[in-house]
Design a protein. Structure first.
Length: 93
């Protein structure tokens, strides 16, 4: 999950081929559909946090499924019109 600068939550949906954005009120606003089923994470980065990076996996796929889904396991980058929020840093004693 990642937050953008307007407080919208971006959530990677594993086994659903997508990342969805959810408003602070809980409404689904948008989605990014990916060309692979296993979506593992998303995070804002790049210049001004204006790129949403999305990771995907192959961990439950057979060799045959991997061959049929050559982009699975890849990293995707989407240019965003609303930048992300910097990650929170936590310190443990």
């Amino acid at each position: 999950m990642a937050l953008d600068s307007q407080g919208t939550l971006w959530v990677a949906l594993c086994n659903r081929s997508r990342v969805v954005s959810i408003s602070p009120e809980g409404k689904i606003l948008d989605e990014i559909v990916l060309p692979c089923e296993i979506v593992t994470s998303c995070a804002f980065g790049g210049e001004n946090l204006s790129t949403l990076y999305i990771t995907t996996g192959t961990f439950t796929m057979s060799e045959d499924e991997k061959a049929k889904n050559p982009l699975a396991g890849g990293l995707f980058a989407y240019s965003m019109s609303i930048p992300g929020r910097a990650p929170f840093e936590a310190r443990w004693p």
